[in-house]
Write a new protein. Structure first.
Lengths: 84, 84
């Protein structure tokens, strides 16, 4: 899968057109010296920050983690409620 | 500029190869009903979260905001210090 396939917009169905989406992508370029993997904790805290601004249900978040070509990529796709 | 040009990796110079980078992209799909623009505040808080995990200098953050095809896109490029 290409790295370019992460960003919005993806294919929309007619049902999803009215909804608002928020997408957060964190790409960490790994150096040869390694280092701790803080992305899982970072993901939780980023979501807490987003929740200060918009109501986000637990089911409304889709998380994907990928690794490719020397990058760790964390992708959060959040569907915002229509009455936010 | 294509929406696909945001993600890592960008062209690397020999000087930047040894450094580690962290990139955060927030894409907000705007609905027709508008709503408040919380991205600037969100950006500040996201940076505060990242600073809990890695030391980030004020000069090490490059911020870009773009709007295209119904999306607000916030891009944070962070260069991490080599001894982090």
């Amino acid at each position: 899968m290409s790295i370019f396939s992460y960003l919005l917009p993806k294919k929309q169905t007619s049902a999803s057109v009215a909804k608002e989406r928020l997408q957060i992508i964190v790409a960490r370029e790994r150096s040869s010296r390694g280092g701790p993997d803080y992305l899982p904790q970072l993901q939780e805290e980023l979501l807490m920050v987003v929740r200060k601004y918009v109501p986000v249900g637990q089911d409304a978040v889709n998380v994907q983690v990928d690794r490719e070509s020397g990058c760790d990529i964390l992708e959060l796709n959040i569907t915002l409620p229509e009455d936010s």
